[in-house]
Design a protein around this ligand. Sequence first.
Ligand code: ARG
Length: 586
Amino acid sequence: MASVPSLASSLHQRIADALSAALPEAGAADPLLRRSDRADFQANGMLALAKKLGGNPRELAGKVVEGLPAGELIKEVEVSGPGFLNITIADEAITKTLAARAADERLGAPLAEHPGTTVIDWAQPNVAKEMHVGHLRNSVIGNAVVRILEFTGEKVISRHHIGDWGTQFGMLIQYLIEHPHELDHKAEGEVSGEEAMSNLNRLYKASRALFDADEEFKARARRRVVDLQAGDEETLALWQRFVDESKIYFYSVFDKLDVEIRDEDIVGESGYNDMLAETCRMLEESGVAVRSEGALCVFFDDVKGPDGNPVPLIVQKSDGGFGYAATDLSAIRDRVFNLKADTLLYVVDVRQSLHFKMVFETARRAGWLTDDVKAVQLGFGTVLGKDGKPFKTREGETVRLVDLLDEAIDRASAIVREKAQDLTEEEIAERGAQVGIGAVKYADLSTSAARDYKFDLDQMVSLNGDTSVYLQYAFARIQSILRKAGEAAPVAHPELALAPAERALGLHLDQFAATVAEAAGEFAPHKLAGYLYQLASLYTTFYDQCPVLKAEEEAQVENRLFLCDLTARTLRQGMELLGIRTPERL
Ligand code: ARG
């Protein structure tokens, strides 16, 4: 395991050193290095610096060039325009660096020396309710962020804050008491996710109808809420049956989504029940929260309603009930003091931003969040239909997540079948699922989370364009070349000159570790997705322009196979971090 510095960072360091030698008064100035079309890199930093310190930028650039050490890294450097540097990296340096990456199973990406602890709140569906596209986003984005952070060495603790508590359980439980066999199963383990959800739907509808029609049932249901909150054993046991039935359903959806959830990480709203009263007492005693019209409230100068009156965060209602905020505040105490988090991350719809803003601020005032703890909502936007409006069925209902996933898998299976030459039915089904689910995940991950996006299956499963299918095909194509290579092995030959498409591919491959670090630092999987798409595009150009197995000399065949192999490994590692499979054959 060896971390490999990128060519860009080595170059950056050398130019920065030459710059501070040429102009000591500039201190540690940034040479503003970036990739360029003219040469490999361009450095623009001399322009602004000379302007600021009153010198001639071309002269300064010339001095920097003189100060650059001779060595293997730079092949050519020239001053151009008003004072840019155009820099070309030596072919040999590119191949050598790539060989060092290839020799490392982490592709040269460093592991954090002093990892922190991140508690990430993601994949949080609600008990006795159908999962919808919003839950697609918190599952897919959350899963990718967990994988990316773990890859950097961070200690990651998942918390699935499912909605498993609240007044609606009074109604459900009371109904089950009065209709005791409604959730009975034929035999242990015989219920599918679909059946479990349809049982819950049936119960929900029936109990709701009774609740609305029958005043006496309503009263019994309300009393049942009190029993539940008081921890009455019989009531809790029935509540648990709803949770268990829902879990059967959740797990079936997560399984289809190819997202792994561990039971011990499911700590829903009910898990903080014992802390709620204490949380409120602490807030009230410290004066962070005050009584207002009977409710316990926290006020903010900058949060006002349309009428100009302040809108408080209500931690306890006037009837004594605790709500969503009290639970989230208690969860913060648990995550900071028990789990020892230094980062709290919430993958939750942006429409809950005000809630989290107020919750975080309250926790800061209470001293539960200090400067040592970072609390971030990774807010995601809305999934839209093709018409650009929030995604609904023709009947105007929210779309069931399972239906969408099934449709994606069907479409993808059709494509796989069409392209399949020697695949069995079983293989087609397996690849179809990997391609279809990959397509849905990639579409979600390839735009920045905060933005809305259109759920367009035609586009998602397209072979051309910025889709996972395109990336999976690039990977599978490389595997087929490697299989055909026979005796020839992927071996780096740093002495060989590189064609332009090889250089472009190589310089991009070299950026993998830096891209992962950036995606991790900003909780931005879309940066990794964008990188991988560009990698596949550069590979396509390379493949069009540079014959691999039919290259002229043996060393070149080997070196190109080496580039193919490293590209495939980088694609696979990157896709794995996004939670997307890369089948060997398609
Ligand atoms: N269950 C909620 C929903 O479906 C999301 C929970 C988000 N997490 C939290 N700690 N509040 O919208």
